[in-house]
Ligand binder design. Structure first.
Ligand code: NDP
Length: 377
């Protein structure tokens, strides 16, 4: 419906006419209606756009979180960011205009803090997840019980939309603990709030990923499955765009989406791409599962920084299986990008300083004939 017709008595009409008087005719106003009939006024105007929606993003401090918060806040939505640690959320403040990004301290076991985070929102995204158990939270605590508390709050406050980010291969009976708890989380979400939109991303790559960076960072690549695992890596920005589209498209309600990249890669192929881009050759060590699992279980408890964990070793033995019944990027009108078109951009920082693309900057450097190897790409 057209914004002008709907807002005949709206106070915003005044402000729009004032705006057009000063000549900013490019400002575009529209009214959207949410699933439950709530009118949402949107005004496009650069960084000061009004997105109209209020969205809560649980897990916004993580890798995917920053991209979805950025997209929502820059389109003028009010984004509520529940956080646990002051320092982990600072970068999100500047994603939108002043007052667009709101922080609320939250604990996954503290129901009032969860309710406080969701009660004013039109949509709730749940991105909370962990690859490894920590001393306070098992995978079951994070993926199942945490989800349950969040979805109960969503149902209690009758929030319009709930988007649950799960994982590829998620299934309640999967032999691997990570995929199993993710599957159980999906089931709990659908039981409490049947309109839940489930999103299962494939392993994601991007600047802060744990896929290419982990391979590139390693002095020796340590695996247990001879790098045989087959996955369909997806660009994190494509997944974030998909999540943003879901806000504007109510037909995605109660649907399951599997978001994966266009090409299948084995970990060996990915490792070769990483070696080619970083111009480094590393040793590959294959630790048998029987040794790797107890070893990483122990290390993960003894060390206080994230190291490889037992569930991650377990996950190596399962290829990504695509659910043919689930919807994909095509249904969101997004064309996912190819991994190999972006690996140079993401991995060039790992190249040795011996390789640089610029000619000598000073006369002194030129005289000293500082090594100028070749221009890359
Ligand atoms: P990250 O690990 O980067 O971020 C996880 C987020 O969850 C962080 O904001 C973290 O908060 C929060 N979190 C974890 N445990 C708790 C807890 N006990 N209480 C409160 N908050 C918690 O994940 P990604 O951004 O990479 O992934 C987003 C989602 O997608 C996750 O659910 C993940 O399992 C899933 N996924 C990711 C894939 C990938 O390749 N990255 C592949 C498949 C699925 P804090 O910063 O405070 O720790």
């Amino acid at each position: 419906r057209s914004g002008a017709a709907l807002t005949a008595q709206s106070p915003y009409v005044l402000s729009l006419s004032t705006v057009s008087k000063v000549g900013r005719r490019y400002i575009n106003q529209d009214v959207r209606i949410t699933r439950t009939g709530k009118p949402i006024l949107t005004v496009s105007g650069g960084r000061s756009s009004l997105g109209g929606y209020t969205a809560t993003v649980f897990g916004a401090t993580g890798f995917l979180g920053r991209y979805i918060v950025n997209r929502l806040a820059r389109s003028g939505c009010t984004v509520v960011v529940p956080y646990r640690e002051e320092m982990t959320k600072r970068h999100l403040k500047v994603a939108g205009d002043l007052g667009r990004v709101i922080f609320i301290e939250m604990d996954l076991r503290n129901t009032p803090s969860i309710e406080e985070s969701v009660r004013h929102s039109d949509i709730v995204y749940n991105l909370i997840g962990r690859d490894y158990p920590t001393k306070n939270f098992s995978l079951q605590d994070v993926h199942v019980e945490g989800t349950e508390r969040i979805v109960e709050a969503v149902a209690k406050y009758d929030i319009d939309r709930y988007v649950h980010v799960s994982s590829y291969n998620a299934h309640p009976e999967h032999p691997a603990e990570f995929f199993r708890t993710k599957g159980l989380g999906e089931r709990v979400a659908r039981e409490i709030y049947p309109e839940t939109t489930i999103v299962r991303p494939a392993p994601m790559f991007g600047f802060e990923d744990r896929l290419l960076n982990r391979l590139a960072n390693a002095a020796n690549v340590i695996t247990s499955n001879h790098l045989q695992e087959v996955i369909r890596p997806v660009h994190v920005i494509d997944v974030a765009s998909g999540l943003e589209n879901m806000l504007h498209d109510d037909t995605t309600t109660a649907q399951t989406f599997e978001l994966y990249g266009p090409t299948e890669y084995s970990m060996r192929e990915l490792n070769e791409i990483v070696e080619k881009e970083t111009l480094k050759k590393r040793r590959h060590i294959n630790l048998p599962e029987k040794i790797a699992r107890p070893l990483f279980k122990y290390l993960n408890k003894a060390l206080w920084w994230p190291v490889r964990s037992e569930p991650e070793v377990e996950r190596e033995f399962y290829n990504q299986v695509v659910d043919e019944n689930a919807k994909t990027f095509r249904d969101l009108e997004i064309e996912p990008v190819e991994l190999n078109t972006l690996t140079y951009q993401y991995l060039k920082g790992y190249r040795s300083e011996a390789y640089y693309d610029l000619p000598p900057m000073t006369e002194k450097e030129r005289r000293e004939e500082k090594k100028y190897l070749h221009v890359l790409d």
